[in-house]
Ligand binder design. Structure first.
Ligand SMILES: NC(=O)c1ccc[n+]([C@@H]2O[C@H](COP(=O)([O-])OP(=O)(O)OC[C@H]3O[C@@H](n4cnc5c(N)ncnc54)[C@H](O)[C@@H]3O)[C@@H](O)[C@H]2O)c1
Length: 494
């Protein structure tokens, strides 16, 4: 049975300002920014924007809250995190609806996002007992041990493609570690994060979980504030580099999940049905390809190339239909903004000019009721893509797949790795020896064999090369929000 959705009106946050120290605050400057529905191009609401002074006030409050949050017992913190997870699950449908309204991602798919965030709360609550130290063999008359202590106030700056999932899931590890957290929601889609702050307001003590909507200025102020002890980003490579430079002045550690130009590699013996579904789903056409993990470069062996391409095109035309994002029947959403649409269309033009062959899509969908004014682009597939082409090299972050034909394995692997990105890769073959050999050779932090797209809590997620630094969704993430204190006790009797 299809789930029922609450009304959009009932789901919208009542507060549109800045949430810190357990209260809502108007920004010092009074600045507001319109948030737009990418499904029809219309303004949904105006949202307050945090500036540097607001960031300072929020950080001071979060720093104050840290002094007591860090002293909560593991059992108390775990219980609070689990409560937060339960609240997210209870409100999953309205949070999904808000993200559909604000990002354009189809609501049916967004229903899982708040649940993923809740699962992260449960997972990291369960890992809290791992926040333990070590004893070190005694030297002479001194007993040594270590303590793991939380870093302090953590800033989590997130991208627009899954706002509530990122805000909720990425708060879990630092909160579990005993840090306090400031979320900067995506500029384009802040609504679900504001609603998250409302529903969690009775869960965390004041100042522990904070949400500061704002633009680049807010992100910069967080990255440079001396009391922010770690700054993290889910976003683009250029933003990661800007934050790394900004964080250097206070020597803040960073944790980055950045862009991708990921490869899917198909061998001649691949299971045809799994491969076709994998190629199509790996592109994440549902949210218009706007996913860091999208396998947007597809390397098909020449012996199966034509057959696979034909089946993938048929599958994509059948399964992905643009529609109103907040309706459960919609299977493909728009891109986030007019600027994003223009950028993606310019990549499509460049591909045509550089000689790639359009296998499907390439324009705006036509004849669909209710999506006028939205930033929709058809699912687009180019074949005969060559490595020097722009679409082969740059992250498009739109619904555009590049298909390459290969015959020589070494040459294909050279092309797969010839990029500064290194987030994900997928390998399709029935031969485990081939798979293992290629797993070792691909320069990517997360590799799927005979599947695509899935994340598994406990399995480290993160990028090689410029796709990131650090690992999330695992114990390493939790520990990365702690620091080690070594204690040396003099046991000499005199
Ligand atoms: N690896 C991952 O897990 C992952 C997941 C989702 C998205 N992404 C990446 O995110 C990008 C798309 O998202 P986007 O367009 O929102 O990215 P973006 O880098 O433009 O913005 C991300 C966030 O950074 C903030 N920001 C921008 N400039 C800043 C600065 N100089 N200092 C501090 N903060 C700043 C923005 O306000 C926003 O909140 C793609 O490259 C995509 O691959 C990565």
């Amino acid at each position: 049975m299809a789930p029922s959705l609450p009304s959009i009106q009932d789901s919208l946050p009542k507060n549109k300002s800045l949430y810190y120290n357990g209260q809502w605050h108007e920004p010092e400057s009074g600045e507001v920014k319109e948030t737009i529905n990418p499904g029809n191009g219309q303004v949904i609401d105006k949202i307050s924007q945090a500036g540097a002074k607001d960031v300072d006030a929020a950080v001071q409050a979060a720093h104050e809250a840290f002094t007591s949050w860090r002293l909560t017992t593991p059992a108390q913190r775990a219980a609070i995190l689990r409560k937060a997870g339960n609240v997210m699950r209870e409100h999953a449908a309205e949070l999904a609806l808000l993200d559909a309204l604000d990002t354009g991602n189809p609501v049916a798919e967004m229903l899982s996002d708040a649940n993923v965030a809740a699962a992260n709360m449960d997972y990291f609550a369960g890992l809290i007992p791992m926040l333990k130290g070590e004893t070190i063999p005694q030297s002479d008359d001194t007993f040594h041990y270590t303590l793991r202590e939380p870093l302090g106030v953590v800033a989590r700056i997130v991208a627009f493609n899954h706002p509530v999932m990122f805000a909720g899931a990425k708060s879990a590890a630092p909160l579990a570690a005993g840090c306090t957290v400031i979320i900067k929601p995506p500029d384009q889609a802040p609504l679900s994060c504001l609603r998250l702050a409302e529903i969690l307001s009775d869960v965390f003590p004041p100042g522990v979980f904070n949400v500061l909507p704002g633009s680049v200025e807010c992100g910069k102020a967080l990255s440079t504030h001396r009391l922010i002890r770690k700054v993290t980003l889910i976003g683009s490579v250029p933003t990661g580099k800007a934050i790394a430079r900004a964080a250097a002045d206070t020597l803040k550690p960073t944790l980055f999940e950045l862009g991708g130009k990921n490869a899917l590699i198909a061998f001649p013996d691949a299971d045809m049905e799994k491969l076709v579904v994998g190629v199509a789903r790996g592109m994440n056409f549902t949210w218009a390809g706007q996913s860091c993990g999208s396998t947007s470069r597809v390397f098909l062996h020449e012996s199966i190339h034509d057959a696979v391409l034909e089946k993938v095109v048929a599958y994509v035309k059948r399964e992905y239909k643009a529609g109103i994002p907040t309706e459960l029947s919609t299977t493909m959403g728009p891109v986030i903004s007019q600027a994003a649409k223009d950028r993606v269309m310019s990549y499509i033009d460049s591909a045509k000019q550089e000689g790639a062959k359009l296998a499907c899509g390439g324009g705006a969908p036509e004849g669909i009721d209710g999506i006028d004014g939205g930033y929709f682009i058809e699912p687009t597939i180019f074949s005969e893509v060559k490595p020097p082409m722009k679409i082969a090299r740059e992250e498009i972050f739109g619904p555009v797949m590049s298909v390459f034909k290969w015959s020589d394995e070494a040459e294909m692997l050279q092309q797969v790795n010839d990029t500064e990105y290194g987030l994900t890769a997928a390998i399709f073959t029935k031969d485990i020896a081939i798979a293992q050999n290629v797993v070792k050779k691909v320069e990517a932090g997360f590799v799927w064999v005979n599947q695509v797209g899935r994340h598994f809590l406990g399995v480290p997620f993160g990028g090689y090369k410029e796709s990131g630094g650090g690992r999330e969704e695992c114990l390493d993430e939790l520990l990365s929000f702690t620091q080690t204190k070594s204690v040396n006790i003099n046991l000499a009797r005199s």
